[in-house]
Design a protein around this ligand. Structure first.
Ligand SMILES: [Mg+2]
Length: 185
């Protein structure tokens, strides 16, 4: 099957590095739970020069090289890539492809396609399973008929849909994709 996987806050711990940058550069201390909306301009205390600085930092892209991989992502994705077509689909701008490719290589994250798409995750691809954290994209995918594993985050707590299961760790994803006692196998 074709499986789609988001990068930021699913494979890479972008939110943690964002909070580190806010503290180190501007002295703004945010807890993860403070981020109830992932749009930068809607985060508490992010406006004016701070917002401009963050937008510039993300557009230049080197921040993406410093991200930590989320525990268990690489291991489970390598296992999935053995028997499925794996598309990494990110809403990062195409301009940061070089840093993204370098980070994926450094962290041994496999993929068959890497798609930069800011407004939609679908692009006409019939995804059967998609791993995502953003509310708007998860809903778009679920309504298209894809089954979504939604990485739990304060910015997606309100979202529920018949085609969405909430996961908390890559261990949850692994158990969903490789159930040890699957009936019929
Ligand atoms: Mg994301």
């Amino acid at each position: 099957m074709i499986i789609g996987v988001d990068i930021d806050n699913v494979i890479a711990d972008t939110e943690k590095e964002l909070r580190n940058v806010l503290l180190d550069t501007w002295g703004i201390a945010l807890d993860r739970e403070d981020i109830s909306d992932y749009a930068l301009q809607n985060m508490p205390g992010i406006q004016g020069d701070v917002l401009d600085g963050l937008i510039k930092m993300f557009a230049e892209g080197d921040i993406f090289l410093r991200l930590e991989a989320i525990d268990g992502a690489g291991e489970t994705l390598r296992r999935l890539a053995n028997s499925h077509e794996l598309h990494l689909v990110t809403s990062r701008p195409e301009k940061v492809r070089p840093q993204t490719v370098e980070w994926l290589k450094t962290n041994d994250i496999p993929y068959h396609d890497l798609i930069f798409s800011e407004k939609t995750k679908l692009n006409g691809v019939p995804y059967e399973l998609f791993i995502e954290d953003q509310t708007n994209f998860a809903l778009e995918l679920a309504e298209s008929g894809a089954f979504v594993l939604l990485f739990d985050a304060p910015w997606n707590r309100q979202l529920e849909h018949v085609n969405i299961d909430r996961v908390y760790t890559w261990d949850d994803v692994r158990k969903f994709c490789f159930p040890p006692c699957a009936i019929g196998r």
